[in-house]
Write a protein that binds this ligand. Structure first.
Ligand SMILES: *Cc1c(COP(=O)(O)O)cnc(C)c1O
Length: 222
C-alpha cells in the first residue's frame, strides 16, 4: 500500500480526540511530503540532528514532535520550532529544555516519559521517580516549558494482555498525576501511547496521541 493509503487507513480507525503522530525517522523528506500531501500535519522524529536537517526542507505548517532520547547538547537544534517533546525523562532534561526555550523566547510543550515496560532497556521515569519530581516542586518555576501529559512505551511482546495492562497502568497514573498536580489545568491532557503494532490497544486504553511509523512508511530506509 502507498503512504497515502496507509495514512488514510490509520486515521480512519482513530476515534475523535485521538491524533496521529506520523513517525518519519529514517525516512527521506519526499516520504514526509507524500504524507503531508495526504493531509497529515503532525510528524515525529527521534534524532535531533535528523530533525534539524529535515525540517527546513518541508512545509512550515508541519507540527514537529520529538519522541527519542534527547541529548542535552542537541536540544538547541530543535527548540526553535519543535511543538511537543514526548521524551522528558529527568528533571535536568526538563530544566535544560526550559533554558534553551527561554533563550529562544518560546514556551515548549513537554510530556514526561514513564517507564511502563518490563524491559530494562526502555527509558523513562519510574512512577515513584516521577511523583517525587512533581512533589519536589522546582519544575513549577520553569516558565518556558509546559507539562502537557505523559508518554510511555509498552513491552515488545506478543502478549496483548500484557501490553494492554501496561497501557492501563499508565492511564491510571495519568489520572492520579492530573488530579494531584494539575487539577485546574485543562492543559494536562495528552497521553502518548501506541505504536504501529499496538496503537489500537493503546487507543482502547485512553491514548490521545498515537506514534505510528512503519505502518505508514514501511520499513525504515536507512
Ligand atoms: C520509532 C518510534 C515509534 C514508531 O515505531 P513504529 O513501530 O515504526 O510505529 C514510536 N515511538 C517512538 C518513541 C519511536 O522511537
Amino acid at each position: 500500500m502507498s503512504i497515502t493509503a496507509n495514512i488514510q487507513e490509520v486515521v480512519a480507525g482513530l476515534p475523535p480526540g485521538v491524533r496521529l503522530v506520523a513517525i518519519s525517522k529514517y525516512q527521506p523528506a519526499e516520504a514526509v511530503r507524500e504524507a503531508y500531501d495526504a493531509g497529515q500535519r503532525v510528524f515525529g522524529e527521534s534524532r535531533a540532528q535528523e530533525l534539524k536537517d529535515k525540517q527546513p526542507q518541508l512545509p512550515p505548517d508541519i507540527e514537529w514532535h520529538f519522541v527519542g532520547t534527547l541529548q542535552k547538547n542537541k536540544i538547541k537544534y530543535i527548540i526553535p520550532f519543535v511543538t511537543l517533546i514526548h521524551s522528558i525523562d529527568s528533571f535536568s532534561l526538563l530544566a535544560e529544555v526550559d533554558k534553551y526555550a527561554r533563550k529562544e523566547g518560546r514556551t515548549v510543550d513537554c510530556l514526561l516519559q514513564i517507564h511502563i515496560a518490563r524491559e530494562e532497556t526502555k527509558f523513562g521515569f519510574a512512577f515513584g521517580e516521577c511523583r517525587e519530581m512533581l512533589e519536589e516542586g522546582t519544575w513549577k518555576s520553569l516558565a518556558n516549558i509546559r507539562i502537557r501529559g505523559l508518554m510511555g512505551m509498552a513491552t515488545f511482546t506478543d502478549s496483548q494482555e500484557q501490553v494492554a495492562d501496561e497501557f492501563r497502568s499508565l492511564k491510571g497514573f495519568f489520572e492520579e498525576i492530573k488530579k494531584e498536580y494539575f487539577p485546574d489545568e485543562t492543559g494536562f491532557s495528552e497521553l502518548s501511547m501506541g505504536m504501529s503494532d499496538d496503537y489500537r490497544l493503546a487507543v482502547g486504553e485512553g491514548s490521545t496521541l498515537v506514534r505510528v511509523g512503519s505502518r505508514i512508511f514501511g520499513e525504515r530506509r536507512y
